[in-house]
Design a protein. Structure first.
Lengths: 171, 561
């Protein structure tokens, strides 16, 4: 599952779909999706049957299901970003500090009690990760974008506090 | 096999436990049952059950358990003969029998009569006949067994798995808690899918079958005076009868007759619970070393049902000393109550409503603020855990202290506590709650605006989780599978107090299971027995009830939906 294993899971005990009503009244409906796996347990009399084989077959199903889950989540991210327009296509160009800041600017950022940002994780393929690490120094040395990064976070912090202070009872 | 099960049950059933199934059998035979003896209810000299036959002949029944002998007839302390004479000769004093001058009297026993007693009764009847007086009829085990068998005629030829499930539920250890999910599934399968199109007789047969089967399923708990588990089983049966009652007007009339019997059974169990609490000094069960693992959870569960006993007592105005029992229990145990998960919240609410009726304190409000405080502080813990991980979402392990959702049962929690289960209870429930909105709505109803304002930041960060069924009748089911949906709703920023007040005054009827009669008492039992059914509409219906002026269904004119 990689990164997705870190996402908290919530059991759904009843109902065929989920409806999220946000504080601004917008609604998001999500239907449940079935994930299945298939495995075979060798029953060759010469090999006999042992618990290791059984566990391996369970692992095989789990892997298939995790893979489907991962694909489903990427698809869902794709659908949502297509819907909201919240997507950046580098079109083969290398990652820059500017693009990273543009992405950050478009995102919701939460802050902890000490005012520190809870920054999002960056999920990418192995090749993209290698390129990104290779460009780390270049990205971090862009002074103008570093300043912009700080400004974005300051603005996000302000927005966050505005939003939080708006969670109140009125009228 | 089923014959053997019935015979064993008749051999072991107590007089008290026999009343409900017998009344149900009468109803199936076309009698209209109008009265069952209740603890501390109006006295009916020697008469346990009063009913009208199809031709409106009044009948009075006296019930006995086990074999009867001449010794019983001549018992110096409680002679059966004297009771029978009361049954025969004392006129029925009941509003429904005002114009009845004579009644038929039947002595019913789950056993047999020995030869000497049979002869004695024959002579007794001869003597009465000679004097032109009414005679005693006697119904014995064989007759009852036949009645039960015919009431189960739809069940007996059913598939073997159904019978296996029945035996599994029947052979449980009565000291434990019932497997309500399995029980509900079993009872649900006994209910025809097309109940709306069923004939009156078919509906009556279904209701009778549900009650008769349940009298067997409740027997393991009755045999060891496990009153709470008994009530929970009756509540599961009542839930299925509610669905039948709400399907049409004619179903309502029939199912309410059966619900009336269950109401009495629950009332008797509540009285038994109150009595037990008054009599016991310690509430430890069995070995204290082992009981320590479950003690606080049990105390919480008992407190909820004692609260219900107080509310039922108040509703029906019949004193069973539930208030005394609750006061005694709370003095020693209120501090032991344990919020083991959101599933424990109905117990706190029932106790709070009961305490509201007997003392002017702020017990309920304190419960509410403590639980709300717990829920919103979990969210903060969760955010801190995220931060410690260096950003990203919190892992499951960071949320172990989070209250489990109300679908997680006390048995699962306790199994986990003592290492008996690997169920995924620790899955995160942080940042969302099935109970929070209900708790908030109670406080809104009580106009605690200032206090809520101080907590609103945390409340607004938590999603209110609610199960929406496709039809509100389905809320009576234990679980509706994929039917319906779960809504996760964040309260608007900012939230209008006036709107909250409005929502409190006009709860969403989609979330309120329909009732075929007046009175919130079955809703309360549903909430205690099926804690995952908690939602703001059910809670507000209970919160806004004044718990007085209720009548037992047996005494009420039958209402339609």
């Amino acid at each position: 599952m990689g990164f997705f294993a870190n996402i908290p899971t919530v059991p759904i005990h009843e109902g065929g779909h989920n409806r999220l009503v946000r504080e601004d009244g917008t609604v998001d409906d999500t239907s449940l999706r079935k994930i299945t796996g298939k495995t075979t347990l060798p029953n060759d009399p010469k090999m006999g049957l042992n618990i290791a084989n059984v566990l391996n077959s369970i692992d095989a199903v789990a892997k298939q299901m995790a893979q489907q889950n991962q694909i489903h989540m990427f698809k869902r991210v794709d659908e949502v970003t297509k819907e909201t327009g919240n997507r950046f296509d580098l079109k083969g160009e290398p990652m820059t500090a500017k693009v990273l800041n543009d992405m950050l600017e478009a995102m919701y950022i939460a802050f902890d009690r000490n005012g520190e940002p809870i920054l999002p994780s960056f999920v990418c393929g192995p090749e993209a990760a290698k390129n990104l690490i290779a460009r780390k120094e270049a990205i971090e040395s862009d002074v103008a974008e570093k300043r912009r990064h700080d400004d974005i976070l300051a603005k996000k912090r302000e927005e966050f506090y505005d939003r939080e202070s708006n969670r109140r009872l009125v009228g | 096999m089923i014959e053997r099960v019935i015979e064993d049950w008749l051999d072991s059933v107590s007089e008290k436990a026999f009343e409900v199934p017998f009344a149900q059998l009468l109803s199936l035979e076309g009698f209209t049952v109008v009265h069952m003896a209740r603890p501390h209810g109006p006295m009916e000299q020697g008469k346990d059950i009063l009913a009208f036959a199809k031709d409106t002949t009044p009948f009075a029944f006296q019930l006995k358990a086990g074999d009867l002998t001449l010794k019983n007839w001549r018992d110096p302390n409680q002679p059966l003969k004297g009771q029978v004479e009361d049954l025969l000769d004392l006129p029925i004093q009941h509003p429904s029998f005002q114009h009845a001058t004579e009644h038929q009297s039947v002595l019913v026993t789950t056993g047999v009569l020995d030869d000497t007693l049979r002869q004695e009764i024959d002579q007794f009847n001869e003597g009465r006949k000679a004097k032109g007086k009414s005679i005693l009829k006697v119904w014995l085990k064989g007759h009852i067994q036949q009645q039960i068998l015919s009431s189960l005629s739809a069940f007996i030829p059913s598939k073997l798995p159904n019978f296996r499930d029945f035996l599994q539920l029947l052979l449980v250890d009565g000291t434990g808690v019932p497997d309500k999910e399995k029980l509900s599934m079993f009872l649900r399968e006994r209910r025809p899918l097309k109940i709306k199109k069923a004939s009156d007789n078919a509906i009556r047969a279904t209701c009778a079958e549900l009650v008769i089967l349940s009298t067997h399923l409740v027997a393991p708990y009755q045999s060891v005076d496990n009153f709470i588990s008994e009530i929970e089983v009756w509540t599961m049966v009542a839930s299925q009868l509610m669905i039948i009652a709400c399907s049409s007007k004619k179903s309502s009339q029939i199912a309410v007759d059966s619900l009336a019997l269950i109401e009495i059974a629950i009332w008797k169990a509540l009285q038994g619970l109150s009595q037990e609490i008054l009599e016991r000094e310690s509430y430890i069960e069995g070995n204290p070393w082992a009981d320590a693992c479950v003690y606080q959870a049990r105390i919480t569960h008992v407190a909820g049902f004692l609260g219900a006993a107080v509310l039922w007592e108040r509703l029906f105005g019949e004193e069973v000393n539930a208030v005394g029992a609750l006061k005694k229990f709370c003095d020693n145990n209120q501090k032991q109550m344990f919020l083991w998960g959101e599933g424990a919240v109905p117990s706190f609410l029932a106790l709070g409503w009961a305490l509201d009726t007997i003392s002017p304190g702020l017990d309920m409000e304190l419960f509410l603020f403590r639980i709300i405080g717990h829920i919103i502080s979990q969210f903060n813990k969760n955010v801190s855990a995220e931060k410690e991980k260096g950003g990203g979402a919190a892992s499951a392990s960071s949320t172990v202290s989070v209250l489990s959702d109300p679908y997680i049962t006390i048995t699962q929690i306790l199994n986990r506590g003592i290492g008996g289960s690997a169920s995924p209870i620790e899955s995160s429930n942080a940042g969302q709650s099935y109970v929070l909105e209900s708790l908030v709505k109670i406080l809104v109803n009580r106009l605690f605006r200032v206090h809520l304002t101080s907590l609103w930041g945390g409340i607004a960060q938590t999603a209110f989780e609610t199960y929406y069924p496709t039809s509100n009748v389905s809320l009576w089911n234990w679980n509706n599978g994929k039917e319906g949906s779960i809504e996760s709703r964040y309260t608007p920023s900012p939230t209008s107090w006036m709107k909250l007040l409005e929502e409190t005054r006009h709860p969403n009827m989609e979330l309120l299971p329909p009732l075929p009669f007046q009175g919130p008492h079955f809703l309360l039992m549903m909430l205690l027995s099926m804690p995952h059914r908690i939602n703001p509409s059910i809670v507000l219906a209970l919160e806004q009830s004044d718990w007085c002026g209720g009548k037992f269904l047996l005494n009420s004119p039958k209402c339609s939906i």
